[in-house]
Design a protein. Structure first.
Length: 403
């Protein structure tokens, strides 16, 4: 896969010839972006990174020990014989407050002088412009990536070239819809104009932000996933930026984390749009609504997950799953009437209460909560449809119904 346009490679070759040293450019997560054909000071570490297209974790750890992640000027990294590394200089490639990657100059015993460091620093600015790309190009690429009516692979590859940290990353998609009295929420011409100019500027301060676009009815952003706790930081940053630019609240739908590949990202886009639609229509829901917390709306809005809804999985794995599932479905079918449930199942009411208690414990759910009941009821009916061979995923998907 070709990640970058020829401009970056030309810059790298010109600088390598000027310095008389081989050069590499790595992403912040250690993936190889580009390398020069000049190899006068190639060491085993450089050769291995070219062959494997990334540096090893041990080398990354050694490099990071010398403060390259926070550096704004060239950093000298000493040799490490155990890792097969000669001494080298790291020049951070920064665009605004974001570090897009590192320019590496292995030099061995021939230390770089001030003129060489100045030339490398100047080149890093040009490299940063290549990696960052134009804002308009990034917006168009994201539109193409999310559009099911157009091939998305080329857009995905180009976005990865503009922002190499997306490679191997998980991303979240956020969809924001303005909250208002109109039946069809939308932006005024003034709001649309302000969001188009002010929002990108505000969001660039978020290091996880990967790009987005504004339409007449909604705002879409992509961001790298914020952490393993499932609570990305970007939605809160987006919320503040939207309020500042549009002067009114938005409902924000947040997708599950997805691999930066075409189909997973498009699926995440559908999740975000569906969650935003639910949050703007139901005041009982949080205004910032993760898809994982959308409860029954996961089915009602016609965006089934790639796998069956996981809410029933703990119950299906229980040793007495068949009777628990039957009890729960009967109880919900009969309007949560314990007496009628007991009569239908030919059980004593005490047994029904016991089973309901066990169901609540296994699921970790409060069966007194109306939305929980609705979610479970819909999941049970979808389970019946799936068992009967109905293809839910093929029947409905909001990402196939327009952008």
């Amino acid at each position: 896969m070709e990640l970058l346009d020829p401009t970056l490679q030309n810059l790298l070759e010109d600088l390598a010839e000027q310095l008389g040293h081989g050069l590499t450019v790595d992403s912040v997560d250690g993936r190889l972006i580009a390398y020069s054909t000049q190899d006068a000071h190639a060491d085993p570490a450089r050769i291995a990174s070219i062959l494997s297209r990334r540096v090893t974790p041990e080398i990354q750890q050694w490099q990071n020990r010398h403060g390259i992640a926070r550096a704004t000027a060239p950093v000298r990294v000493p040799a490490n014989a155990e890792l097969g590394m000669r001494a080298r200089v790291c020049v951070p490639i920064r665009h605004g407050q974001r570090c897009l990657g590192y320019l590496w100059i292995p030099h061995g015993d021939q230390a770089l002088d001030g003129a060489a460091l100045e030339a490398a620093t100047d080149a890093s600015s040009a490299l940063a412009r290549c990696l960052a790309g134009r804002a308009g190009e990034r917006e168009e690429l994201i539109r193409r990536l999310l559009d099911r009516d157009r091939p998305g692979e080329a857009a995905r590859d180009r976005l990865a070239g503009l922002d190499p940290s997306l490679l191997g990353a998980e991303i979240v998609v956020c969809a924001a819809v303005p909250i208002g009295r109109a039946r069809v929420p939308g932006l005024s011409a003034t709001e649309f104009g302000r969001l188009g100019t002010e929002l990108p500027r505000a969001l660039r301060a978020d290091p996880t932000y990967a790009g987005g676009f504004v339409t007449a009815t909604h705002v879409i952003t992509l961001a790298r996933h914020g952490g393993p706790d499932g609570a990305p930081r970007h939605p809160a940053v987006l919320d503040r930026a939207l309020r500042g630019a549009a002067r009114r609240p938005f409902a924000i739908g947040v997708s599950d984390p997805a691999r930066f590949q075409v189909e997973p990202v498009r699926h995440a886009y559908g999740q975000a749009r569906a969650a935003a639609d639910a949050a703007v229509r139901d005041p009982a829901l949080p205004r910032i609504l993760p898809w994982s917390g959308a409860g029954p709306y996961r089915m009602l809005l016609g965006e089934p997950p790639l796998a069956p809804d996981p809410v029933l999985v703990p119950l299906e794995r229980a040793g007495d799953s068949a009777q628990l599932l039957r009890t729960l479905e009967t109880y919900l079918d009969l309007g949560c009437d314990v007496q009628r449930t007991a009569a239908s199942l030919h059980l004593h009411r005490t047994t029904v209460y016991y089973r309901l208690g066990r169901i609540a414990a296994v699921l970790g759910a409060d069966l007194r909560d109306g939305l929980v009941r609705t979610h479970l009821h819909l999941a049970l009916k979808a389970r019946r449809l799936a068992a009967g061979g109905v293809d839910l995923a093929a029947s409905r998907s909001p990402t196939r119904q327009g952008s």
